[in-house]
Design a protein around this ligand. Structure first.
Ligand SMILES: Nc1ncnc2c1ncn2[C@@H]1O[C@H](COP(=O)(O)OP(=O)(O)OP(=O)(O)O)[C@@H](O)[C@H]1O
Ligand SMILES: [Mg+2]
Length: 278
């Protein structure tokens, strides 16, 4: 689905040959297979968003290649097909809303890809229901909360049935409960209508079920592996500015002291363990 090979990318031409600026991405390679759920993780400025812009042909690498379903993003004739395949929801929903009402906003993307007019209303209703946008499509976009705008951004792209969806900190404006609902919705939709998911977040609990994690550090990929492989390396995670959810950290500490506990203990298991250890 996505094949990134040895990519280097900078926002500016080097001004001083003697003191070259650190590129936003250097020597980055990664591969995402169809239907996979992959997480891009790392501290602020590590290059995650820059990579997503390359995947959608919004930017071009200085070196290396980016292929989307085998199509090089460097070929302008393929840009439209690539943007149809790969949809991105960015962190700030305001920049992505074009309609005055919820319904108009979703309809805009649908008309762009030539969705049949007769099936439009049904699709809009489906998408708003899916993300749990209350009271429907006539609501003015200006009256939505930050979290609702993020849900609308998600509804607008899900309506288009993309084969690959990139969510770049798309839950940043949601509270923890809404964030959990958002992630559950996403996986429910993937069961119904499978797509490749590339997920960027600072919250590891949202990506414990991912197939693979890529850890970014200063524009390079520091490590990649399954969540189980990487979650057991707190020093590596810390070096990449990441912290495991509380239960996982506690479990790791207990196991490192020889106390048998599962990798992701629930409150009941921890209570039993504490009780026993008294
Ligand atoms: N539009 C831009 N113009 C110039 N430099 C930029 C631009 N966007 C990002 N950068 C720089 O490129 C590097 C990588 O930034 P990027 O936004 O890709 O990181 P990120 O991992 O997405 O961070 P965050 O978690 O804060 O979103 C950083 O040094 C950043 O300052
Ligand atoms: Mg970013």
């Amino acid at each position: 689905m996505i094949d990134v090979r040895e990519v280097t990318f900078s926002y500016r031409e080097p001004v001083d040959e003697e003191k070259p600026e650190r590129p936003a991405l250097s020597g980055v390679s990664l591969e995402v297979r169809p239907g996979e759920f992959v997480a891009l993780l790392g501290r602020n400025g590590s290059g995650k968003s820059s990579l997503t812009r390359l995947l959608n042909a919004l930017q071009q690498p200085a070196e290396g290649t980016v292929l989307v379903e085998g199509r090089p993003t460097s070929d302008p004739k393929l840009t439209q097909a690539i943007r149809r395949t790969v949809q991105i929801v960015f962190q700030n929903p305001e920049n992505q809303q074009v309609g005055l009402t919820v319904g108009e906003d979703i309809a805009f993307g649908l008309s762009n890809i030539g969705w049949p007019q007769a099936e439009m209303a049904e699709r809009i209703a489906w998408a708003t229901r899916l993300v749990g946008l209350a009271a429907g499509e006539d609501r003015p976009v200006s009256g939505l909360s930050g979290g609702e705008k993020q849900k609308l951004a998600l509804a607008s792209v899900l309506a288009l049935a993309p084969r690959c969806l990139i969510l770049d900190e798309a839950t940043s404006m949601l509270d923890p409960v809404a964030r959990r609902q958002f992630v559950e919705t996403l996986h429910r939709v993937r069961e119904e209508q499978p797509f490749t998911l590339i997920y960027i977040t600072h919250h590891l609990e949202e990506v414990m079920a991912a197939d693979r994690w890529y850890l970014f550090r200063s524009g390079e990929i520091e490590a990649s592996g399954t969540p189980a492989e990487l979650a057991d390396q707190p020093a590596l995670l810390a070096a990449c500015g990441l912290e495991l959810p509380y239960a996982r950290r506690l479990s790791f500490l207990l196991r490192s002291r020889g106390i048998p506990v599962s990798a992701n203990p629930d409150a009941e298991e921890l209570r039993r363990l504490l009780w026993k250890s008294r």
